[in-house]
Write a new protein. Structure first.
Length: 400
């Protein structure tokens, strides 16, 4: 588009003056050539911003055009990051100013997996969470999150992960990642999404609510199939109250095999002054089995991931519980591997470790015969990770 055509289109825009608050937020999204010299604007980029629609599109184009003509920048990468970041800033602030939240979600996850796993073959599961956020230094910080197969609970001092169906629990000092639960952190993460690979699909503010839909590109997990949220191309919808600016709704869809599938949605959210401390206390059974990464001798701690996989299968094959407990933090999995119906009987192949997608560990291919009545051959990838206090490789999954 040439400059003459740009001016003609700008003159054709007829919109009423924006409310002062909206105008301020839009102006905050204009790149600062001093602070961000890498930012470039072009006529094509200005009109790509018009996909925001209506009054917002007109304002963004007008302000961006004036800035572009004055600064003289004629080329560079397009990206809507500054615009949607400014739109979401009041939502981040107002949502984060609350003292506590109780929220209910539905997620297409799977038993035995954490919350970012996308179970395309399964149904939506209920997930419920309570968070007491520290607003001032010294305030209590507590959190609880649960779905059918697990409960995370932080009482202010330690975190317990309880798996009732397996009769096991794990504990560690300090809190787990509160960003999983805190709505303001969700919006902040969306706000900070790099412009590359992001498209503003819809932005609308009417009827007392704001709505923003973004489309993001996934990170290919090849050679594996996509399994976690970041692996998929996806849409994210954010809905907020225009009066209070608090988050009201959030939904995420993933694209796979030509289909758009709902992965997660916020069903309800309550903003509360505080939550009773009893909510963050877990009554565990007397016979609970405690798991975790045990202290290992130096020769075990120095093993690489392929060597750990070999040691794990060999220990299970000979019924060596002591070695298995050093390599497998889950007591229920140790018992599973020592059961004669599941115990390895012949190790056919252990491959080389590889990274895939956004998984923080590595995968080790294996082909192993298991069990006796009848025996079965399993070919899969053992998941190992070393982001524990000892920084050594231990079992994290790979049987499902």
């Amino acid at each position: 588009m040439n400059e003459k055509e740009l001016k003609r289109r700008l003159r054709a825009i007829r919109e009423p003056a924006p409310p002062p608050e909206l105008r301020t937020r839009l102006e905050q999204g204009i790149p600062d050539p001093v602070r961000r010299p890498e930012t470039r604007w072009s006529p094509e980029r200005m009109w790509s911003m018009a996909r925001l629609g209506g009054l917002t599109a007109a304002l963004v184009v007008i302000v961006a055009a004036a800035w572009w003509l004055a600064a003289g920048f004629l080329s560079g990468p397009a990206g809507p990051s500054a615009a949607f970041a400014a739109v979401l800033e009041p939502v981040v602030q107002a949502t984060g100013d609350t003292g506590a939240v109780h929220l209910v979600m539905r997620m297409r996850t799977r038993d035995g997996e954490d919350f970012s796993f996308v179970n395309l073959a399964g149904d939506l599961q209920n997930v419920e969470a309570w968070v007491q956020w520290p607003r001032l230094p010294g305030d209590p910080a507590r959190a609880r999150m649960e779905k059918g197969d697990r409960i995370y609970c932080f009482d202010g001092e330690e975190t317990i992960l309880y798996k009732p169906r397996r009769g096991e629990a794990f504990r560690r000092a300090g809190a787990f990642d509160f960003d999983l639960l805190w709505p303001a952190a969700w919006v902040k993460t969306i706000q900070n999404t790099p412009a590359e690979g992001v498209e503003v699909v819809t932005h609308d503010e009417s009827g007392g609510r704001g709505r923003l839909v973004l489309h993001e590109k996934g990170c290919s997990p090849e050679p594996l199939e996509p399994s976690f949220l970041g692996d998929f191309d996806r849409d994210t919808e954010v809905i907020w109250d225009l009066a209070t600016h608090r988050l009201l709704g959030l939904r995420r869809w993933v694209y796979h095999g030509g289909e758009r599938r709902l992965f997660a949605e916020l069903v309800s959210i309550e903003y509360l002054p505080e939550i009773a401390a009893e909510r963050f206390h877990l009554d565990l059974p007397d016979d609970i089995r405690w798991g975790g990464v045990l202290q290992a001798p130096p020769e075990m701690a120095s093993l690489g991931p392929r060597e750990v996989a070999i040691h794990l299968f060999e220990a299970a094959q000979r019924g060596d519980r002591i070695t298995l407990e050093l390599l497998v933090p889950s007591p229920s999995m140790v018992s599973f591997l020592l059961d004669e119906r599941n115990r390895p009987t012949q190790i056919v192949f252990i491959g080389e470790p590889f990274h895939a997608g956004q998984y923080p560990g590595v995968y080790v291919p294996y082909k192993v015969w298991f069990g006796k009545d009848p025996p079965f051959l399993k070919q899969h990838n053992l998941a190992l990770r070393n982001d524990n206090d000892q920084h050594r490789w231990v079992f994290d999954g790979g049987w499902i």
